[in-house]
Design a protein around this ligand. Sequence first.
Ligand SMILES: CC(C)(COP(=O)(O)OP(=O)(O)OC[C@H]1O[C@@H](n2cnc3c(N)ncnc32)[C@H](O)[C@@H]1OP(=O)(O)O)[C@@H](O)C(=O)NCCC(=O)NCCS
Length: 227
Amino acid sequence: MGVKIRTFRPSDAKTVRKVLIDGLFSNIDPAFFVGVRRPSVIVSVLVLTALMYYWTLSLLYTIAFFVALLCLYYLTLLVAAHLLTMGPLFDDIENVQGNYMKPRRNFWVAEADDGQVVGTIAITLMNLDKPANECADDVAWLRRMAVSEKYRRQGIAKRLVETAIEFCKRNKYRRIELITTEVQLPAKALYERMGFRCVNTWARREYGFVLWTFTLIYDIQQDTIYY
Ligand SMILES: CC(C)(COP(=O)(O)OP(=O)(O)OC[C@H]1O[C@@H](n2cnc3c(N)ncnc32)[C@H](O)[C@@H]1OP(=O)(O)O)[C@@H](O)C(=O)NCCC(=O)NCCS
């Protein structure tokens, strides 16, 4: 099965959005397991379950209530993911051409044999929202990495990252920066294997959820051999 990496074309817009949204939804299961291990969630669920038993004195109702709480938690994550797809998180891919197809920026896709887009990655400038004089133009921001579930563990993300690193070298960036989270541990493993290192771990709040987030950087000059 041959997959080629090429630059984005306007006709890819719809499938790019689909690959990225599927990527977001594939993180719901890891987010659920991260969430249910949080002490605050464990304590809340146990207290509510104990109250249910105290109130009904029925083991059956208590177990059903416990399962319902877990289902509710999963449903909340699904709703949060839907809200994220409708909010500003995906604004940049509404206009890939305008946002990425500019000097020193790029958006690539992985295209399968049948022409289907199965992976994405982008490079842009870090801190685009800051005034031009405050924006470090030697730091590249790696974003929008995703591979369709059916095509994972075939080295596609590795090839996408290699393409982005080569592009950053050619464009005289000093450093590549990205953020990833505790529910994207496969991505973190991939980046670290390719020579990125974690320089900061911080708590991000998203719709009331706390998400441990990692800032990773790749120093262009290091010429790391990662395999
Ligand atoms: C992260 C993601 C892009 C990886 O794509 P992929 O094409 O499967 O990755 P690759 O096959 O190129 O993997 C390269 C290396 O990364 C690491 N890796 C990838 N997936 C992994 C996993 N599930 N668990 C552990 N390590 C993993 C391994 O070291 C792997 O090398 P190996 O297969 O020889 O062991 C994909 O899982 C994905 O799209 N996830 C959802 C979206 C997302 O979280 N994006 C990241 C945004 S920061």
